[in-house]
Ligand binder design. Structure first.
Ligand code: DGT
Ligand code: CA
Ligand code: CA
Ligand code: ZN
Length: 575
């Protein structure tokens, strides 16, 4: 196992011990062990090999042995037994947002709750509300958490779905019977979450293709196996549909199954207005004559026949793309290659894994001209946030790296400064003023009313040192709902104060949501595609952020970090 996986196991052990009501000291040992592992500076492999794990503060003897065992991929009976000794229903309840081990333990011991269905019942019957520590409000929260969990378990992050789909598409294209193959559906439209994967293949010999598909590794269940369509579910819970169509129908099937439904409805009415009827099978004229099937070989020809410019899948959401394509007013969307650097990234000074130098080298290797480092501030103590002294120390280190001439990539000094409950910032102005830029983010007190949260964020936006607003709603896709905030007011305040609102590019955030961007950018709002990288590999998430920007109709002009180093320096200096 690698460090991250071992850290997850330690956290899980702590949670399981808590569910069992074990000794708090024992629980805390695993929690602090996990933290020590996460912030480890030395290479874990070296420490294990040289038998020096025990020298690290936070690792007792029991923990040292377990970490070494996990690192060597040897069995750990302690862990297996622990998992087996806790009822599955209790472990499942941990997935409900807002349900921690303490609450579950209490509900189990006082009301005998051991399944999610059982939990729903005692919430609805009013028994939970009567327990000390649970009010009507927390019952409401649990019930909506259960509902969210059901909805969440049916969808998957785009990033994950794309990772699953990639090899399948490659495999399809490699089959001798397949002439062409594409993914369709929400995956192709680059939606932030994906319900199921859709594949379209062109062939006159579907049998062997379908046989190959249903025999893919890690298939848990085949729910359909026909000659035009097959469906299956992987062990991960992800489902996939494959449709095989004759080559002359491919473009029409691909367009139809790419969707969205709203886009398809608009396209069909566009076709009708031009005297055609459009379906997944093809295009026919009013007098039922099948036309064009042989001559239309890709989607751009289909759009052209309807007097439309090509509409990229990201824009096919039925939000005015047909009108824009008709008038030649589709935007030239921003691309990953347009980025010249990135701003919101963490080093091991707070909760990141790598050093300033390592992050800079990785940014430079991506061809970027600048890198902004923005570690957490002190209120985020769980992330080892920096106080004023440590910020100033970090600034000096970054200046030294820039002065060393070691890199062509320039490093900007920044911070991800917590927005405190009242909207003030977590660090002294005198420290903030020394930084090249400041990202401000909410990391606590998520449950304020919409009005209070909006005022809190606007106060932070109005701070003269603020350069960017981080993850506007704090949502974690499929995990935590956004907090309540008035977008319109925040957007207007950002524009008025010349503050950038980030597109947090982490696949689980993609915050601010793409649905708000077209209007916001029209009003003059700037974004920055911020990978929120916690290690060198994390820079790759800019691709997810760019997807979301494209869905939001954004051009390179609206994205701050497409600007040259010189222009960025001028902007930050002026600010
Ligand atoms: P998902 O899977 O929930 O993330 O979303 P999609 O968009 O991938 O939806 P899916 O897999 O149900 O169907 C793929 C596409 O097929 C969908 O975007 C549009 C098209 N489609 C499916 N059913 C219908 C329908 O009843 N009417 C129309 N107009 N299009 C449909
Ligand atoms: Ca789908
Ligand atoms: Ca589907
Ligand atoms: Zn953050």
């Amino acid at each position: 196992m690698d460090k991250g996986e071992i850290s997850d196991v330690l956290g899980e052990i702590a949670t399981l011990l808590e569910l069992k009501g074990e000794n708090p000291f024992k629980i805390r040992a695993y929690q602090s062990g996990q933290r020590a592992l996460d912030t480890l500076e030395e290479d874990l492999g070296t420490l294990v090999e040289e038998d020096r794990l025990g020298d690290i503060k936070g690792f007792g003897k029991a923990l040292t042995e377990k970490i070494a065992t996990l690192y060597r991929d040897e069995p750990l009976p302690f862990y297996d037994d622990l998992v087996a000794s806790v009822e599955l229903g209790l472990i499942e309840m941990l997935d409900i947002p807002g349900m921690g081990a303490k609450k579950i333990k209490k509900l189990h011991s006082e009301l005998g709750v051991d399944t999610i269905e059982g939990l729903t019942k005692v919430c609805e019957s009013g028994e939970v509300a009567k327990l000390a520590g649970f009010g009507a409000k927390s019952v409401e929260k649990i019930l909506s958490g259960i509902k969210n969990r059901e909805a969440y378990s049916r969808r998957h992050l785009w990033w994950k779905a794309n990772e699953t789909a990639g090899p399948i598409l490659e495999g399809l294209r490699g089959l001798p019977q397949v002439e062409r193959a594409e993914s369709a559906g929400s995956l192709r439209r680059k939606m932030e979450t994906v319900g199921d994967l859709d594949f379209i293949a062109a062939s006159n010999d579907p049998g062997p293709i379908m046989d190959w598909f249903v025999a893919l590794p890690d298939v848990a269940e085949v729910t359909g196996h026909g000659s035009t369509k097959s469906s299956l579910r992987f062990e991960s819970g992800m489902q996939a549909d494959l449709r095989v169509v004759p080559p002359e129908q491919f473009v029409f099937a691909l367009h139809h199954f790419t969707g969205s439904k709203d886009h398809n409805v608009a396209m069909r009415s566009r076709a009708l207005s031009k005297g055609y009827s459009l379906s997944e099978w093809g295009l026919r004229t009013d007098d039922k004559e099948e036309i064009a099937v042989a001559t239309i070989e890709d989607e751009s020809e289909l759009f052209k026949l309807l007097d439309l410019n090509y509409i990229t899948p990201e824009l096919r959401e039925g939000r005015g793309e047909i009108e824009a394509a008709e008038d030649g007013e589709l935007p030239k969307l921003v691309e990953v290659e347009d980025l010249r650097g990135v701003f919101h990234n963490h080093t091991h000074a707070s909760d990141g894994e790598h050093s300033i130098e390592e992050m800079t080298q990785a940014a430079q290797d991506r061809g970027w001209d600048y890198l902004g480092l923005a570690d957490h501030s002190k209120a985020s103590f769980q992330a080892n946030g920096l106080n004023e002294e440590r910020v100033e120390n970090q600034i000096e280190k970054i200046h030294a790296v820039n002065a060393s001439g070691q890199f062509t990539c320039k490093v900007f000094t920044g911070i991800e400064c917590d927005i405190l409950k009242d909207g003030s910032l977590d660090l002294a102005d005198s420290t903030l003023e020394k930084l090249d830029y400041v990202v401000v983010s909410v990391h606590s007190s998520f449950t304020l009313s919409e009005d209070e949260m909006t005022k809190r964020i606007i106060r932070a936006i109005e701070h003269p040192c603020t350069t960017m607003l981080g993850h506007l709603t704090g949502r974690l896709l499929l995990r935590r709902e956004p907090y309540e905030v008035n977008f319109e007011k925040v957007i207007d305040a950002a524009i008025a104060n010349e503050v950038i609102i980030e597109m947090n590019a982490h696949p689980m955030r993609l915050d601010m949501d793409w649905r708000h961007w077209r209007r916001a950018a029209d009003k003059g709002l700037l974004t920055s595609v911020n990978p929120d990288a916690h290690n060198m590999d994390g820079f790759k998430y800019v691709a997810a952020g760019i997807n979301a920007c494209r869905k939001g109709w954004l051009t390179a002009e609206s994205v701050f970090n497409t600007r040259s180093l010189k222009k960025v320096e001028d902007y930050l200096l002026k600010k």
